[in-house]
Design a protein around this ligand. Sequence first.
Ligand code: ADP
Ligand code: MG
Length: 688
Amino acid sequence: RPRLVDDEEGGVLFHYSSSSAYSSGFGYGSIEKQRKRLPIYKYRDAILYLVETHSTTIIVGETGSGKTTQIPQYLKEAGWADGGRVIACTQPRRLAVQSVASRVAEEMGVKFGEEVGYTIRFEDITTEGITRIKFLTDGVLIREMMDDPLLTKYSVIMVDEAHERSISTDIILGLLKKIQQRRPDLHLIISSATIEAKSIAAFFETRRRRPGLEGEELGPKPVPAILSVEGRGFNVEINYVEEAVLDYLRAAVSTVLSILDQESIGDILVFLTGQDDIDATIQLLNEEAYDNGRKSSDLLVLPLYSGLSRAEQDLVFSPTPRGKRKVVMSTNIAETSLTLEGIVYVVDCGFSKQQFYDPISDIESLVVAPISKASARQRAGRAGRLQPGKCYRLYTEEYYTNEMSAVGIPEIQRSNLVSCVIQLKALGIDNILGFDWLASPSPEAMIRALEVLYSLGVLDDDAKLTSPIGFQVAEIPLDPMLSKMILASGQLGCSEEIVTIAAVLSIQSIWISVRGARKELDEAKLRFAAAEGDHVTFLNVYKAFLLSGKSSKWCHKNYVNYHAMKKVIEIREQLKRIMQRLGIGLKSCEWDMQVVRKAIIAGFFANACRLEAYSHDGKYKTVRSSKDVYIHPSSILFRVNPKWVVYHALVSTDRQYMRNVISIDPSWLVEAAPHFYISQAPDFKLAR
Ligand code: ADP
Ligand code: MG
């Protein structure tokens, strides 16, 4: 029978109950048996009953209990996908979408992409009319609303990983609440690994009724049901460092080494912040393990971050070969989105990469920031799936107790809202401050976003989408600044070049980063270097890659990431199709790099910076808010320091660094955005 959560049961967050019934998850027995062993199986009938009788059902359950992979199958088995209807399950992360979809297809024994498929941006592995269970990112679901505002093809939408509070999850929950008023037949499941669910339940309880029809009941019960799936985690022993560590990469490596020395079995999961961190730590670990006299064949050290190829992903999930120790270095994707079997030890660096936005300076950057206690507990929990485990926290207990915040801040309250505003506008939601927010964004951030969209020509004086620019920008599934750049390239006659640049900027990096080979990488980059900056350098790499016959050997020789280049080609094709639909012809400017830079500025004028006069260390000031910024060492313009530049994005470590930078002529700024800048020699002032 279901255990319904009520108020005194605040403790569903963590059940460290021990259980001897759990034999093994290492792939023994038939898939059917494995499915029945999952904790959620006991709740199958209860879940189906609640979904049938409630508009909204909230399901809280420990990571690995089977929420994501099982619930969509239960729904399908119960007939929710009959009559051509589709069951949707959203995830905040692309990699999670791909991974769980392929797992579910495997469990159901169906061909991937037919009955079970997925859609993420630039990748649609579904078959119209055939796909019954569809995994997708929350962002893609918002996009789908632009064509089908009531999401009519779905019978049930499961918003998964709601505790993550991604910006798109927050938006989609607000939108789904609206849709439910018009479509009482649409059933929602909101699933979460933590009790964060409570605020979401409260949000859905205040369901509005149709105006003018006092007290009219719309469909099934408006009060959401909450079900807690009892977890099966084992006890996890928590260890802290005695003194704060300065270099968590080194600390992680030495912790892994001492686990390998002292404990004879069990895989190790290390939480780090991002690809660069992970690649560096893997290399360091392999070196040190070798120095310590370990055979490299004993160790299987694997990365886990978004952007991995399918083969690399599969390696992480496959059982550890006999006699080997698996060490997985992951971003916080393994915190709740994905479950790895066989993990007994967790090493938690205490940080993750987070977006932060300051509406006053209008600066948004990616920052390596401390995680919350809730995250730390989730990370620790990953060690206790199959047997009692251990978690090594690379921070002090005092820090955990006194300084770590209890929960994270929802992404919507720490992000630039430009994309969010344009999406809502495109869906006809004009009063954005009055939107039914799960957590309200700050009015300052909202005003900044409106301002930027106005100067991009996307919104008019009444803050309505302009026609055609506003609607076109909304149609392109990219950041509005990139979309505007593409539109401008159509007019400037350099769309062929700009679409390549947009594709490259949509992926993490086209370079291979190898620790200790920084010099070789820099030399390789110099072979393609363009005086104008990184964007034009990308064009050189792309052209050379095509000339090589898209050769992986060529990539290897030049420190270019082959998979990334293949992805670039794929994204480019898709963007070309969208441009065609919008009537933007493909035209090359034949290497006239001035027009290419003007097209970039048409989108990114707000990111202009000027080199400080007499600056010896390459300090720039942002034109908009006079903040200090520097060119990132990975940029081709690092140390070149042109007087005026426009950047693509900021990353923040000890300083604010500009990633992907291009040199410009300041007069182009005024030309591109007269509203935004007025020229006042020798300085610019903001038009406001
Ligand atoms: P939850 O969503 O509650 O965190 P999941 O449905 O993701 O749980 O996982 C249920 C089970 O399925 C776990 O035991 C997990 O190990 C297994 N599983 C999920 N994805 C894969 C995969 N790609 N390969 C192997 N096992 C998987
Ligand atoms: Mg899940």
